[in-house]
Ligand binder design. Structure first.
Ligand SMILES: [Zn+2]
Length: 125
């Protein structure tokens, strides 16, 4: 058991070297502390909670890779959605005080308040 606990610590140390400011290590040592970084908290807790004490070092690495890769993909999806929405805004050159969004179907800029009606047009379904 001591060997496995050392392996969890080794895994955390490895992750901590890659993460800024030693925050994953701080959350591992003090899970309820307020270290000001919810992503570091998530990583430390997730790795601790899912660590398979019965596995080999290779299996433990694979499991950690799987967990972090999944989180990375989910964050990537959120980022893409935000960037897609941000990219819809019309250039600043529009000075009539309205906010325009680019239609994702036809590319036309439409007044924000009219985008729902525009998107439900017959040729956009
Ligand atoms: Zn359109």
């Amino acid at each position: 058991m001591a060997k496995q606990t050392n392996r969890l610590k080794r895994l955390i140390d490895l992750i901590d070297r890659a993460y800024p400011d030693g925050l994953v290590g701080q959350y591992y040592a003090d899970p309820d502390g307020d270290h000001g970084d919810s992503l570091a908290r998530f990583i430390a807790n997730d790795i601790r909670e899912t660590f398979a004490f019965s596995g080999s070092w290779e299996e433990q690495l694979d499991a950690a890779i799987d967990r972090i890769a999944r989180a990375n993909a989910e964050i990537g999806g959120v980022l893409l959605e935000l960037q897609t929405e941000r990219d819809r805004f019309a250039p600043e050159a529009r000075t009539d005080g309205q906010t325009y969004l680019r239609c994702l179907k036809c590319g036309q800029y439409v007044i924000e308040g009219e985008i729902q009606a525009h998107m439900s047009r017959e040729d956009h379904k």
